[in-house]
Design a protein around this ligand. Sequence first.
Ligand code: WT7
Length: 630
Amino acid sequence: MKKISSIEDYNSQYKKSVEQPEAFWADVAENFTWKKKWDSVLKWDFKNYDVKWFLNAKLNITENCIDRHLPQKANDIAFIWESNFEDKPNRTITYQQLHDEVCKLANTLKSFGVVKGDRVCIYMPMIPESVFAMLACARIGAVHSVVFAGFSASSLAGRIQDCDCKVVLTSDGAYRGDKIINLKNVVDEALEICPSVKNVLVYKHTNTTVSINSSRDKWWGDLVPNASDKCEPEVMDSEDMLFILYTSGSTGKPKGVVHTCGGYMVYTCYSFLNVFQYNPGDLYWCTADVGWITGHSYITYGPLLAGASSIIFEGVPTYPDAGRFWKIIDKYKVTHFYTAPTAIRALEALGLDFVKPYRLNSLKVLGSVGEPINEEAWQWYNTNIGKEKCPIVDTWWQTETGGILISPLAGITKTKPSYATLPLPGVQPILVDEKGNEIKGNNVEGNLCIKFPWPSIIRTTYGDHERCKQTYFATYNNLYFTGDGCKRDENGYYRITGRVDDVMNVSGHRIGTAEVESAINAHADVVESAVVGYPHDIKGQGIYAYCIVPSSKKSHEELRKEIIAEVNKIIGPIAKPDKIQIVTGLPKTRSGKIMRRILRKVAEGEINNLGDTSTLLDPAVVEEIVKGAL
Ligand code: WT7
């Protein structure tokens, strides 16, 4: 695929993508292997939400990720795996080995009776087998649903039930720094309430003792190595489901975002190559977990579609010490490094002594993703890691967008700290006010929407299309609403300012306030709670919970511990409240609505500027809350 080569080239590509979107994307799509080409490029309707790309085209994404590269690249590195432990030998996986492993696993899934359209849950650590697992599903047309291995049994069960997974792929355990997490135990607990699961395939990784239910559970090592390494790719329609990935919103349970084969393939490859400007011989490293969309699009699919070589890292940035990222970059001569602002801020706080021992001179491009990057972190990253010679691509996108929508193109777009800058070709952002009126011109701020479909746009929320319509297409007429606030500067550069709905972004993880509240309310003594985000130096946002616990005999300290345990149990440690304030009431309007605005102000420490409280049912509650603020 020919990459955009200059800002003039970008401008003319962008223009073409808006004036002739179908011709533009058809040209891009020509770069792939299709079993049958499309009859038409795009059909769309944002009102009765329905979007289809490359209609009636047939393909298999794994053929494009793997087989297509084999004639030239069979022995090129697809992945280098770096263990949690720095003294443990690494693993390299060539494209040929990737092919063989994926086929063997695909055949193993077939032996369990998995067929095209079946859902398979992947609950695994950051090991190459997780990528094999996703691709093995895609090879046979099964739909993968990867669940981040930090989620609790109850979250895992909810996700398995929502899409009726037939099989779960997991491992005995996962290493995270100096901890071992017993994943198989979590799966066992989850499956007590998941009758749809007929088989569990367990990869032995940590040698942790696990219980094996012999009719259901099989060891990976007993089956996969003996399976055939040939597996014909299933012929998929462009709009057949590729995967489901659950994500949080402002209300209700997490929803299963659905992506389909053709458009997702075209867009992840296109965006990967153009944003990162990856060239043959480069070595790319994205530090995300495959449990999030970043891992799907920019560890697994985008880089493989582009035939790139990547690092997969199992560990954490601070183990054995805060120099681990930089050590790995020097060890393998990483050229492209893509991480989250929260990691940058955490490492910045630990001091430059952990950076200084490393040369970092292989680096060419730095990336940021998951949350707004504050100017200080941007500068630190630019100066100390990029040595002021690596463009920083601040990539804005979402689980629902499938790929990066707004970002500099490395070395092409002039960067500006904390700005995601310009839309990729094919992406048409628009800012609107509360009523949905377009805010035109520059130097303005509003709610970020997109007015035209791009190939990897969400197709539906699994099992509930109405929810997809309501969540993304009902707020504003004929627009996809992102949920983000956004500024446009004098040059037309975009800066994402954060969520404008009840979704928090904690260390780059998206967590709905309603979800945390419902977990807290599961504690027997809690009668009501309200959760808001507040600015946090490292995490971006912290979680602040106000809890009403009227008749409890327990101390506040004890209650806090128990509430945290409840959240860990129901969601997982990523949703654990940072602050819990026990209150006797919540500020409510006369109609009973919680005034979150006031709770946010208190959590932010802005107690002198609470705004209008005259419509409150009981203004005295506010006084108490302010006095007890943490
Ligand atoms: C939300 C999406 C995109 C993959 C990881 C997160 C925030 C994401 C940026 C950025 C400012 C960002 C937005 C968005 N976000 N990237 N570069 N600058 N904000 O995916 O879990 O679906 O979360 O993350 O608020 O809506 P996600």
